[in-house]
Design a protein around this ligand. Sequence first.
Ligand code: SF4
Length: 212
Amino acid sequence: MTQSISISRIHYPIHSLGFGTRVGVWFQGCQIQCPGCVSRDTWAAGTDPISLDQLTQTLAPWTAQADGLTISGGEPFDQPDAVAALVDWWRTKNVGDVLLFSGYSAEVLWTRHSDIVSKLDVLISDPYDAKQPQTQPLRGSDNQRMNLLTPLAAERYASLDDSPALDLCFDDDTVWIAGIPKPNAMAEIRKRLAAMGFAAGTSDQLLDGVRG
Ligand code: SF4
């Protein structure tokens, strides 16, 4: 595969962003730029592109045991060819579900990228809205929709509980949190870490030079 792709992060295992134990791929670059997004570090496009071959070589050892693939960002559909190639490759390796988070509406995505959407099991659609409450599983704000596109998706996600789980991920000398924090959760985590002598912040705070 010669397709290049800008990636913010990859990680295995991830438990907070879908059914079971998952491979997580976070795309780099987001044109939507929702006010209040906690992933501002993923907005800049085109940073450090790698080949899809490089990406899939890293993911390959995890495919046998994973329950599925979660694609997030950033905005995956800002790199539609890369999403398509990644999903096609995953389908040759794993029969689990593919869940994708996008800030575009489902209607826009079905119009522009039906070839890709039709290969997903779950599409979490619509932009984050900081003014909305957050009470639904796998959604940062309640305007976002969980589109269950296949029988496997219905089986796994129709009665998903509203677990507040977050993943604590260790990559070399970096510790980061994956998942969808409840309102004020990050402030509480910062407070507890500060009490233990550690500094922490969301990516928007770190970009602004503010530490917790
Ligand atoms: S919430 Fe998602 S779509 Fe919205 S700005 Fe952040 S990364 Fe982009």
